[in-house]
Design a protein around this ligand. Structure first.
Ligand SMILES: Nc1ncnc2c1ncn2[C@@H]1O[C@H](COP(=O)(O)OP(=O)(O)OP(=O)(O)O)[C@@H](O)[C@H]1O
Ligand SMILES: [Mg+2]
Length: 233
């Protein structure tokens, strides 16, 4: 579904990604693991059409992404949930969700699906997004992407700032979403344990290069990966 080939990207003189390869198949959940500054956000922003790579190829459903705008990529079914969430703080939960389907109108079934997934949003329906807790804001950000009916959901550190129980709740919701809809997911995280339960495969990015790749079990069993990303020897 998504193919990233020999991707190079940076900011001016600063080279950040040095030839990254990654593929995500239909229905898969793939983890992108890396420490601060490894290049995860840069990679995801390239995929979503928000940052232009300096070299390499990106295809979605076999079609090249290079010439497409971020809006066109979103319409084609690829949605990025940015790590800073980008909600409209003065707008309510409901209003934020309604914007997710733009320019389409949101079907009430799509809103029901979001509240089924995140029941606490139903209790916060009329509350301004800026006054929600961090975890609730993340749920709105994911929900807003979902009302656009993406086929590939791209999540940039969705559990940052969340207490472990809330992070677990978010991943449980994503897992049930996947069971129900077969949605494909690419998710960046700094630590393996958060995504391990959900992703079947992953790559580990270090300073813009893929250092490790494999199934979740292979990654979790690799001593070097364990040391760096599980916090255990
Ligand atoms: N807009 C920018 N201008 C200049 N340098 C940038 C910009 N955005 C990111 N960088 C640099 O690119 C490198 C990779 O950043 P990136 O945000 O992709 O890392 P990351 O893996 O997402 O890190 P984190 O886990 O902290 O979010 C960093 O050294 C960062 O300072
Ligand atoms: Mg980042």
């Amino acid at each position: 579904m998504l193919e990233v080939r020999d991707l190079h990207a940076g900011y001016g003189e600063l080279a950040v990604l040095h030839g990254v390869d990654l593929s995500v198949g239909v229905g898969e959940v793939v983890a992108l693991i890396g420490a601060n500054g490894a290049g995860k956000t840069t990679l995801l922003r390239c995929v979503a059409g928000l940052h232009r790579p300096s070299a390499g190829a990106l295809t979605f459903d076999g079609a090249p992404l290079a010439a497409r705008s971020a809006a066109a990529i979103a319409r084609a079914g690829l949605r990025l949930v940015p790590s800073d969430r980008r909600l409209f703080p003065q707008l309510t939960v409901r209003e934020n969700l309604l914007l997710g389907a733009h320019p389409r109108r949101v079907a009430s079934a799509d809103l029901r699906r979001v509240t089924a997934l995140f029941p606490r949003l139903a209790e916060r329906w009329g509350q301004r997004a800026g006054t929600l807790s961090g975890g609730e804001q993340q749920m709105v950000a994911v929900g807003r992407a979902l009302v656009g009916r993406p086929r590939l959901l791209v999540l940039d550190e969705p559990t940052t700032g969340l207490a472990p129980p809330l992070a677990a709740e978010l991943y449980a919701a994503l897992a049930s979403l996947r069971t129900e809809t077969g949605i494909t997911v690419l998710v960046a995280e700094q630590q393996l344990p958060r995504v391990l339960a959900m992703a079947e495969r992953g790559i580990v990015l270090e300073r813009g290069r893929v250092r490790h790749r494999g199934s979740s079990t292979e990654l979790a069993d690799d001593p070097a990966v364990r040391r760096a990303y599980l916090g255990v020897g």
